[in-house]
Every structure is written in C-alpha cells, then in structure tokens.
Design a protein around this ligand. Sequence first.
Ligand SMILES: Cc1cc2nc3c(=O)[nH]c(=O)nc-3n(C[C@H](O)[C@H](O)[C@H](O)COP(=O)(O)OP(=O)(O)OC[C@H]3O[C@@H](n4cnc5c(N)ncnc54)[C@H](O)[C@@H]3O)c2cc1C
Length: 409
Amino acid sequence: MAAAALRVGVIGGSIAGCAAAVAGVRAGADVTVYERSDGELQDRGFGIVIPPPLHEELVSAGYLDAAMPTAPVAYRAWVTRQPEGRSAREFARQDAAVTPCNWGLLWRSLRGNVGGARYLRGRPVTAVRQEPDGRAVIRTADGEETYDIVVGADGYKSPTRQVLAPGLRPTPAGYLVWRGTIPLSALAGHPRELELLREAWVTVGFRGGHGIFYLIPAGHRDGARTHGAGDQVIAYAVYGRPPARGTDADAHVRTIAEEHFPDSWADIVARGEHLAMACHPVADVQVPRAARSPLLLAGDAAGVTRPHTASGAVKALQDALCLERALRESASPARALERYADERTAAGARLVELGRRLGHAQVEATPDWAAMGQDEVDEWCRVTLAGTRHYLYGELGQAAHRGERRRAM
Ligand SMILES: Cc1cc2nc3c(=O)[nH]c(=O)nc-3n(C[C@H](O)[C@H](O)[C@H](O)COP(=O)(O)OP(=O)(O)OC[C@H]3O[C@@H](n4cnc5c(N)ncnc54)[C@H](O)[C@@H]3O)c2cc1C
C-alpha cells in the first residue's frame, strides 16, 4: 500500500503510542500523536524487561537507539528462605536471557525516533467517532481532525477500547503487585546478592507470592542521586495478597519482605531507601478484536496481561512492528487493520491466558518453594506453561550454569 497520503491519529503518547507513531512514519504515513499528559512521561518508569531478540530487532529497525542503556543478563535464579532460619537458598537456575530496561529511557528512545510525527503534549482526546466515509474523527478542546486510521494507545483504562468493545472491563486477579526501584547502595552489605544480580534476574519465592529482582540502568529522574557503581538501580516487583483493611497498602511490601523473604533480600526491600514505589491491583482484559477499520488498539488499550508475563511493553512494541508490516504490505488501510487484528488479537489472548496460569501457580496456589530443587522447578514450569513457550522460561532443563549453582547464599 502506498501510505504517503495516509493520515494516522494516535491517542496516547506513551510506549504503545510512540511505537505506533514510529511504525506509521516508517510506513510513510502522516502521523499525529495526542498525549493527555503535559509532563515528562520518562518520570513514570520502573523496570521493564524485554526479550533480547526483540531489543535487537527494534534497534536495527530504528525504533530504539543502540545507545539506550540496558542491563542484559543470561539466566534466572530461583531463591527462597531456608525452612529453618532466615538465610537464602538458591534452588534452581534456568537459561532465560532478558534485556532489562529503564521504562523512562525506553520511552525516551521511542519518543526520540517518532521523527516526522507531530507529538502534541497536554492534548487530551475527548471523543472519537467513525464517519460514514470510513474515516475517523478525533476531537480535542482545540477542535476536530479527520484520519484514515486512529490508533487507540490510551492505556489500561482506554476510552478508545470502549468504542470498539463497549462495556468491556478488566477482570481483577484479587491480589496486588508492588514495584519499586532502589539505589544500588542498598546492596553494599550484600556482595553475594550483588554478584548474583550482575548475572541473573532473581525470583524470590514465598508462601502466597513471589518477588522478581533485576538491575536496570539508572534513569533520567534518578540522575541527581548517587547510586554507586555502574549507574544502575535495583528494580523489583513483588506479588502478594492485599493487607488487612485499614493498613497502608503501599508500605505493605515492606511487611511482606520482613515476614517472608530471606534476611538479605528483606533488607533490600524493607530497609532500602526507595527511589520510586507503587502498588497496583493485578487485573487483565483482552478485546475480542484488536481493530475494526478505521480504529485500531495497541498496547494496554488492546489488552492487559497480568505482569507475571513481563509482556505489556513487549506486546506494545510487537503491535507496532506488526502495524508497520501490515501498512507496508496490504492493499488498503482496511486490509492492513484486518491483518493486524488477526495477528495481534490472538497474541494478546495467549498472553492473558498465560498470565492467569502464572498467577495461579505463583501467587494463588504457591508451591512449597523450600521443598523444591532444579528438577521440580523445571517440571513445575513445564506444567504451568502447558505447551506454550515464553522468553522468561528460556529452554527448561538446559541451564548452562547449573553446575555452578550455589546451594546457600
Ligand atoms: C508491575 C508491572 C511490571 C511490568 N513489567 C513489565 C515488563 O517487565 N515487561 C513488559 O513488557 N511490560 C511490563 N509491564 C507492562 C508495561 O508497563 C505496560 O504494558 C506498558 O507500559 C503499557 O504501555 P501503553 O503505552 O500501552 O500504556 P500507558 O503507558 O498507560 O500509556 C497510555 C497513555 O495514553 C494517554 N492517554 C490516556 N487517555 C488519553 C486521552 N483521552 N487523550 C490523550 N492521551 C490519553 C496517557 O496519558 C498515557 O500516556 C509491567 C507492568 C506492571 C504493572
């Protein structure tokens, strides 16, 4: 399709919106991005991991700058508290390479590559409607503009999703996730944990949930702080049940860490000075069809998976790559959107299902982590994955580092 005359309006200028804008520009379209927020989105971020091959593809395709700092690691380590005492036991290792990024730096890199697109900050979209001629109108306080394609990249609460799937609401999982970033100096007294995090991302299992830890490059907003070596910070996500009513939910992650983590990891979360901290209810949702010409949904607007899959941003980036291909290779915008919907709806639905299975296995019905070893973890992962593959689980049973596994830390 010759996209030279194609006008694309994108609602939302975060990860999905910027990636879609890069896709549109690369396919030759005239793109305008409407972002509600007037502030710097780079200040929002925490840690994000993406698969290394996707990172490479995005760099070579010009979505991400090669200079964007990342903190790649090759494998995953599973840790829990010794049944007696409070020391840590590493009980499994898997080859599971990830490329951890700082959300803010990832956004900045995408934003820097939107090239010829117009990016309108502080411009909330108040309505979207379809015209009889098959095009769509975006309304803002400044007036109306007509587009051949409108991309709803307006996030978890997406108003555009309501146009395509009226009444669809996220399904709550019934538990929470706490995410945070902590200066590397919190590891000053924990050289083993620091050494482990330099080569692995770490899952800390406990009864009723688990925590994920990894290093990420320090971001723009961390610039004024001193973290110690390497300009990196510790990122975590801890999953667990909500606290009793009347308890401060945000701070409850410190209580979880104190009660359930091995001492060394508890120290980091419970006593570490936080650069950022947030608590969200876990929920998921998936639209029945990710596009209906002239409207298309991308990123969280199209579907939200439970964050155990570490795939929301990944999906948004893959959505953009798919949009670019579809625009380049289809005979008309309507055909491009059909093709996008076929591919991306199915991908989103698979992730939602996987997120539910992972959430069940790792939060709702946690195993007896202390009784597990390498073989049990591999088998338990196989059962949970139920025949699907996922980058966080690499090649089960193929751990190159298994021989070096440390029994106690
Ligand atoms: C704990 C946790 C860990 C995660 N870890 C990972 C991970 O490791 N890997 C991974 O891939 N993903 C991860 N994710 C998911 C990832 O963070 C999100 O999926 C991703 O950031 C969503 O990007 P988005 O652009 O779709 O939505 P958002 O970032 O929510 O952006 C939506 C944008 O739309 C704008 N907007 C909304 N309404 C309007 C309007 N009316 N007009 C104009 N603009 C509007 C908003 O201001 C916002 O900027 C994680 C999520 C959580 C909660």
